[in-house]
Design a protein around this ligand. Sequence first.
Ligand code: EPU
Length: 420
Amino acid sequence: MERIIIKGGKKLSGSVRVSGSKNAALPVIAASLLADGACRLENAPKVKDIQTMCQMVGVLGGRTKRETDVLVIDSSGFSCRPAPYDLVRTMRASVYVLAPLLSRFRKAKVALPGGCAIGLRPLDQHLKGLEALGAKVKMEHGYIQAEAAQGLHGAEIYLDVASVGATVNILLAAALAKGRTVLDHAACEPEIVNLAGFLNAMGARIQGAGTSRVLIEGVKRLAPVTYQIIPDRIEAGTLAIAVAITQGEALIEGFFLTHLAALERKLSAAGVELRSESESAVRVKCKNDELLPIDIVTLPYPGFPTDLQAQWMALMCRASGRSVITESIWENRFMHVAELKRMGANIRIEGNNALIRGGRALSGAPVMASDLRASAALILAGLVAEGETSISRIYHLDRGYEKLEDKLAALGAEIRRETE
Ligand code: EPU
């Protein structure tokens, strides 16, 4: 088992480059299965979840190959096989293969993922969308079994929640469906825009991605293409908070400020400036010696991302005064609180609110990561804690961050990975 050891107290400085986005690459890999041939995905991150998705492509008969930062997905051998529980349970985004299977073979059998550490994570909106597009769906023996004997057709769909995953599955299913689909209350995340750009490059006809109404005019076929995955906005945000928490100053490349407007405003209120130096590079600089306590509420894009909530909490532990974090997306995303408290943080949970009394010094301690973003939060706390912090269960971090410790070390942090 590996762990990360940090000696706190170093101000971060210099420059660093953000890797490609995990949550943008995952749906694009699934979308590659809609074309017959090899797609080349540039800037695909080297993280565990991407490997898991590649394994899923392999189970379904496709082939994947890495050429440095290019990931090649060859769907020539794609065939109608079950997506097994063993893979789906390790990564919920595996359910993105539901739509390509249905679309190309009119049938799909995909294991039901079940809950996960951060919440129940139902799939009702995915299934409602696919049913509207003509699929008959039933649950049997822990599998989603879907069939569209006559093929998929366009439909008018309204999502009860602006689910990222449901929007992905519906875009993938509607791209090759017969006729026009109107999707209302769609997720507006940059990852959805990136996916729609990929599908359109393959020949799809999608308009409005990035707004809550998306129009999809079904086409007969999609052709393989080369495509660029956007930089990871959550990694960019995590790095910005890392610089801020240490009162440092650094340039982050591969950072589109437009993808993180909520974070920019909240950091600015807390006393940290994010300044664009080019379209995709941002300088992070603290305006004062002290951070101010600022409340946040996590919301679907363009609201404050839930995937930066834990990292924001670490930052607020260092701000002088009280702040409140309201988690409105996931019902169980405060598992980092108990670990931050082991480091001396003063945090109280009341329902989906975390009440933080910041400003005290944190002290290094052995702590345990509970999920991907919690791991990042503990690392950030370790950067400013007195003494040594050791974080175990770091495999959670490796699911979605590409060498975060190397990037922080390049900015001057005293951080290393070791095998327990
Ligand atoms: N929801 C439903 N029904 C559904 C689908 C979702 O009620 O059919 C609810 C969920 O329970 C949740 C809310 O809708 O309360 C949002 O869920 P969403 O479907 O948008 O989340 P997701 O697609 O499962 C993606 C990211 C998550 C990120 C969320 C929210 C990927 C692979 N995952 O999950 O990323 O937190 O959107 O932005 O893109 C992470 O990277 O650490 C991570 C958890």
